[in-house]
Design a binder for this molecule. Structure first.
Ligand code: MIG
Length: 681
């Protein structure tokens, strides 16, 4: 059951798609509420056992207890443990303990979740005075998630090719850079489905333009790549460059489609292109206009995009830079000392992503003037929605890949996310494992982290371990920052191992894609904490570094340097499958309980649940991309003591007709079919 409580006059965020009639606020269960002048605080007493799940992209573990989290979309490339905000605002959490319920705080401004930070036993949620609050009661954790997901609407389904391995790097500049990457993969027989275009493909960082010196025949180049079965995925940034005769700028100004300042002038910020205006994507006309702009790239053959810098990130605003320079100028003839040094440093440092700027930007929400700070978390959502809504018109039958850096619940209907600028740190491999199920709870299913880490120099072993986990994320993209060590897998010494591991991804893809689509269609989670599938099992509740992937398997990735294996907890008897290549595998039943499992650096381990099966693609040496995967002719890996049945979801992976019943193939396997083995036709 879902109960709604309305405080003040909330802004319609379009996060939810179901109309729920509000209850009397005084009747809200679980929480004590304090209504202040401009905020509402909800307090809940936890007991020792209470676990808190959710909050999407946030830092820290699967169990969120023991820290505070602030929903206020932040462009922060240093994801250390002390951070309270990342790029997304996903205000849904589940309390699991004596009481079990979900809480969704639908407020697009700043919301704080103090989950046992100030007081280990207290949850304190602080939101703006105008908020829509939902409480969800359910039979179990999965049921609570499912109800929430019905409330917020069906998740975005990516095209099937986007389940292939993808390579990206900030620094690819021209056709030849990309050809070199594709050659690097193909020469080494490593499959590849996409290469990303970061900001350097644009002419002077202008959205929807292509630098014609670097890409003299863009359309021809897209086709050349298509022949190699490689999709090109360009980045789109939130800021529109201010430049005379640049049509996107000229039109936006003329039609009044940009965000304004207090006085009604187009707000001027500076990001990569230099000075920019932000499209007012909270205005439906402006949103439709901006979305239409993607058309020119789609018409040239592009079928995937990533939306960046849409918190929106601001290096500085024109107004505040001027003020800062004035302040510094005033210091000119004074005696400069260490204090002045720190003062100048602060003046400059505080210019980026500053609250003062967010408070000085205004939206026209279809007739209503709204201060950006109050709706800050909706920007990335609506930039991506602009694209998603336009795609329905531009390519009504075709699924286009789309994901965003910033997001709010509701955006999951239009695209996925990636988890932004992580670093090549072992701790960030673990972080990405922990982010995945929390994101899935919030409806964000097409997601993944930058494999190998974005910032800092990766090492070969970290990249390999990361691939062993990234193998399971729907978005499997290796991405890194300019200036860091090159991270394409063929640039390392153990190319053969990388090749084998990436090829295993393609062997697993019939299962991964099938599970992904089922989760989209059934409002399920693709990655689950163990406790979601084994609610009666006490130890499962404490496991922070293993996940259920779909219904048939569990994974326990290695995420520490120099480890030769790790302890794994099995909540039930399972079949351990170790693979070093698509062809080489060993299978061994392992009993419920704790085990030390050795895992070689080049080895993938999965655990198959009892009486479960999963489809595996039969792949050969010629495999280059998803186009070479035969979804009809699969093998079945299973741990069948009795019998198992599997709903194998298959479609063309490209059209939007994915609700058809004929896409479901119910496959049954009994013990005798396996004749002592574990893989059968
Ligand atoms: O200020 O476009 O998160 O993936 O490579 C950095 C350059 C801007 C941030 C994105 C990252 C991308 C980078 N962008």
């Amino acid at each position: 059951m879902i109960y709604r409580y309305v405080y003040g006059d909330p802004i319609n965020t379009d996060a939810v798609v179901q109309q729920i009639n509000p209850e009397d606020n005084a009747s809200m269960p679980y929480f004590k509420q304090t209504i202040k002048e401009d905020e509402v605080v909800f307090r809940y007493e936890m007991n020792e056992e209470t676990i808190v799940y959710g909050l999407g992209e946030q830092m820290r573990g699967i169990n969120k207890r023991g820290f505070s989290y602030v929903s206020y979309a932040a462009d922060d490339p240093v994801h250390t443990e002390n951070r309270h905000s990342l790029y997304g605002a996903h205000n849904f959490m589940i309390v699991s303990g004596e009481d079990s319920f979900g809480l969704f705080v639908d407020n697009p401004g700043k919301v704080t979740f103090d989950i046992g930070d100030t007081n280990i036993n207290l949850i304190e949620v602080t939101t703006g005075k105008d908020s829509d609050i939902y409480i969800i009661k359910g039979d179990n954790l999965k049921d609570i998630v499912r109800q929430f997901r019905v409330l917020i609407g069906q998740s975005y389904a990516a095209p099937r090719w986007a389940f292939g391995y993808q390579q990206s790097r900030w620094g690819y500049k021209c056709e030849d850079d990309i050809r070199e990457v594709v050659d690097g993969y193909h020469k080494n027989q490593i499959p590849l489905d996409a290469v990303y275009l970061d900001i350097d493909y644009m002419k002077d960082y202008k959205d929807f333009t292509v630098d014609s010196e670097r890409f003299p025949d863009f359309e021809g180049f897209i086709n050349e790549m298509k022949e190699e079965h490689v999709h090109l995925v360009p980045i789109i940034d939130a800021g529109v460059k201010i430049e005379k005769d640049y049509p996107v700028y000229e039109e936006g100004v003329e039609k009044g489609y940009f965000c304004k300042d207090e006085d009604g002038n187009d707000f001027v910020a500076a990001v990569w292109p230099g000075k920019v205006h932000f499209p007012d994507v909270l205005n439906s006309k402006s949103r439709a206009w901006f979305g239409e702009k993607y058309r020119c790239l789609i018409e040239q053959g592009i079928d995937g995009f990533w939306n960046d810098m849409n918190e929106p990130a601001i290096f500085y605003s024109e107004k505040r830079l001027n003020e800062a320079m004035e302040e510094i100028a005033q210091m000119k003839d004074t005696e400069l000392d260490i204090n002045s040094f720190f003062h100048v440093k602060d003046i400059i440092g505080d210019l980026s992503n500053s609250l003062s700027d967010y408070k000085a930007i205004y939206h026209d929400m279809d007739g209503k003037k709204v201060c950006h700070n109050d709706v800050h978390n909706l920007f990335g959502f609506n930039m991506t929605r602009a694209a998603g809504e336009a795609f329905d018109k531009i390519a009504p039958d075709n699924r286009i890949l789309l994901f965003s850096r910033s997001s709010y619940i509701g955006m999951h209907r239009y695209g996925g996310i990636w988890t932004g600028d992580n670093s090549s740190w072992w701790s960030h491999l673990l972080l990405s494992i922990q982010q995945m199920p929390s994101l899935n709870m919030c409806g964000i299913i097409y997601t993944g982290s930058d494999i190998g880490g974005f910032g800092c120099d990766v090492t070969e072993d970290l990249l390999m371990r990361w691939i062993e986990f990234g193998m399971f994320t729907p978005l499997m993209r290796n991405h890194s920052a300019i200036g860091t060590r090159e991270q394409e897998v063929y640039k390392f010494s153990r190319i053969e191992d990388f090749k084998n591991l990436i090829r295993i991804r393609y062997r697993l893809v019939p299962y991964l894609y099938s599970e992904f689509m089922k989760c989209v269609l059934d409002n399920d989670m693709y990655f689950k904490p163990l406790a979601f599938d084994f609610p009666e099992d006490e130890f499962s509740k404490t496991v922070e570094d293993q996940l259920m992937v779909g219904d048939s398997i569990m994974i326990a990735p290695v995420y520490t340097q120099n480890a030769k294996g790790r302890y794994v907890y099995l909540p039930e008897d399972m079949l351990m499958v170790k693979m070093k290549s698509p062809e080489e595998y060993t299978c061994e039943p392992v009993t419920k309980g704790h085990h030390y499992i050795s895992v070689d650096l080049n080895e993938l381990v999965i655990f198959v649940r009892k009486d479960h099966i999963l489809p595996l693609a039969c792949i050969d040496d010629n495999l280059e991309s998803m186009d070479d995967v035969d979804f009809d002719n699969v093998e079945w890996l299973g741990y069948v003591e009795n019998e198992a049945s599997y709903a194998y979801y298959k479609d063309d992976g490209q059209t939007k007709e994915y609700t058809e019943k004929e896409n479901w193939d119910i496959v049954r396997k009994t013990k005798d079919m396996f004749e002592g083995g574990y893989i059968v036709k």
